[in-house]
Write a protein that binds this ligand. Structure first.
Ligand code: UDX
Ligand code: ADP
Length: 468
């Protein structure tokens, strides 16, 4: 039986669901695309006439939303009604790491996936293809299948479950979706696989669509992210060695990357990897390894995360040491709070731990990020933003520009590689800092050839390039 897909629904209007559905709507004008979320505010933000207020910032996204919204792309809170109308339902809900109970700290919390499956079971009519898009641990499709089978309201409704993990990287989502390196579709029902492949074939070459069994598809996603994270942890461990020996991390990265068996990508050392996937996926891998008694494999991957945490701690410790061993009552400017450039996402951002460490050391922080809202920053640091003596005295200030941020700062730490930081005139701006002043560049923003004069008490430290 071939499945005709006319209407699709996506449960979850977040960083994955929103951009993915926008591209599908844009490339498949004959399809009706409904994006639903339990969060009313998020849906109303997606429907905001002012496109700068969309809940997800991604270069190129607002133009697509403008083209498709309310034509064949709709954002709505009518979850049941939308599922009922749809031939294919994508699950793009969040799967955070479990905070308590069995597998706490490692296993994924599948409650949102479970709830979505229950919503589908009770609302779907006829045959529905269910596609898991969220990053999920291996065997989640089994959970979805079980819930669908035991909760379906109508005896006539049937389901096929597919896994099609999203490989988009935030900040580059539109390009990754328009021109994906590969599209993975895992499942048992070949007709359902074909139905999903036919959607992608509207803009993706046939050779790039990889059809696998469902478990390979799920495990490929976790493993790909773990491999990428491992590269970042590897290069970050070398950055520390460079600082001890006088080697230069950029030269070392270039030399490693020119070996085409290794390749140049993902060799930028920085304050550690962040984002919603890497840590969570490695933790998942660790959990699965332990479950199957593969303890050495689990320890191996645990160390990739440990190096990442160490890199963050090492940066905050270094700042304290350089500032004569104390940052109490000193003001430190934080440039960039998102986990990387071109996104307003702060999940697992290295800035969170680095800021927390510095606040605990007694510093005041001026924070500026071009796209992250102040309330989000405050929420990420909520446990540590008040002074202990005066409970209502905030230890952080959210700044509206770099100019405003630098005033009277003892040090600036560059934590995100936003383009606008590359054109800062440091010789001029640093004059309004308190001398001696420091700039800690953790993202290779300040280039050697800028020749910023440092005879006026300004010190510049670059990660992996300068001896400790
Ligand atoms: C990642 C995967 O790349 C993507 O395929 C998957 O679907 C989701 O997870 P994302 O989390 O958006 O995407 O970001 P990514 O570009 O992979 O960067 C992750 C982290 O690694 C960021 O904090 C980034 O700053 C850091 N990183 C990346 C480095 O520190 N150095 C590098 O060379 C590359
Ligand atoms: P991701 O990066 O994986 O897209 P987000 O947190 O940005 O993660 O988005 C997931 C979205 O899924 C959130 O907006 C959340 O409100 C939504 N969501 C979670 N559970 C449900 C549910 N049962 N029904 C509808 N939406 C849901």
């Amino acid at each position: 039986m071939t499945f005709k897909v006319k209407t699709i629904c996506c449960i979850g209007a977040g960083y994955v669901g929103g951009p993915t559905m926008a591209i599908i709507a844009d490339r498949c004008p004959e399809l009706m695309v409904l994006v639903v979320d339990i969060n009313k505010q998020k849906i109303s933000d997606w429907n905001n006439k002012d496109l700068s207020k969309l809940p997800v910032y991604e270069p190129g996204l607002s133009e697509i939303i403008e083209r498709c919204r309310n034509k064949n792309l709709f954002f709505t809170t009518k979850i049941m009604e939308s599922i009922k109308k749809s031939d294919m339902v994508f699950i793009s809900v969040n799967t955070p790491t479990k905070e308590y109970g069995l597998g706490a700290g490692e296993a994924s919390d599948l409650r949102y996936i479970e709830n979505s499956a229950r919503e589908i079971a009770s609302a779907a009519e006829g045959h529905t293809i269910v596609v898991e898009k969220s990053t999920i641990p291996v065997k989640t499709a089994e959970v979805i299948k079980k819930i669908l089978a035991s909760n379906q309201k109508k005896s006539t409704s049937t389901f096929s479950v597919l896994s099609s993990p999203e490989f988009l990287a935030e900040g580059n989502a539109i390009e990754d979706l328009e021109n994906p390196s590969r599209v993975l579709i895992g499942g048992e029902c070949t007709d359902a696989i074909e139905a999903l492949a036919n959607i992608y074939l509207k803009w993706v070459k046939k050779e790039k669509i990889l059809k696998t069994n469902i478990w390979s598809s799920e495990l490929s996603k976790l493993s790909a992210n773990a491999f990428l994270a491992q590269r970042v942890s590897s290069i970050n461990s070398i950055s520390a060695l460079c600082e001890k020996t006088g080697a230069n991390i950029n030269e070392v990265s270039e030399a490693i990357g020119m070996d085409d068996r290794i390749g140049a990508k993902f060799l930028n050392s920085g304050p550690g990897f962040g984002g919603s996937c890497f840590k969570k996926d490695i933790l998942n891998l660790i959990y699965i390894c332990k479950y199957y008694g593969l303890h050495e494999a689990a320890i191996y991957w645990e160390n990739v995360i440990k190096i990442n945490e160490w890199q963050q701690k090492r940066i905050s410790d270094l700042v304290v040491n350089k500032l004569f061993g104390t940052v109490i009552d000193k003001t430190i400017g934080i440039l960039g709070f998102s986990f990387k450039a071109n996104t307003n996402d702060t999940r697992e951002s290295p800035a969170i731990n680095i800021c927390k460490n510095l606040l605990e050391e007694g510093a005041f922080l001026n924070i500026y990020d071009p796209k992250v809202e102040g309330d989000k920053i405050k929420n990420n640091l909520k446990e540590v933003i008040f002074t202990s003596n005066k409970k209502n005295h905030l230890k952080i200030s959210i700044m509206a520009s770099v100019n405003e941020l630098v005033k009277n700062c003892d040090a600036i730490i560059i934590l995100t590689e936003w383009d606008e930081f590359k054109s800062i005139d440091w010789s001029n701006l640093s004059k309004s800092m308190r001398s001696p002043s420091w700039i800690f560049d953790c993202r290779d923003i300040i280039k050697e050839d800028e020749n910023i004069p440092t005879d006026n008490g300004l010190n510049i430290w670059k990660l992996g390039c300068d001896r400790k």
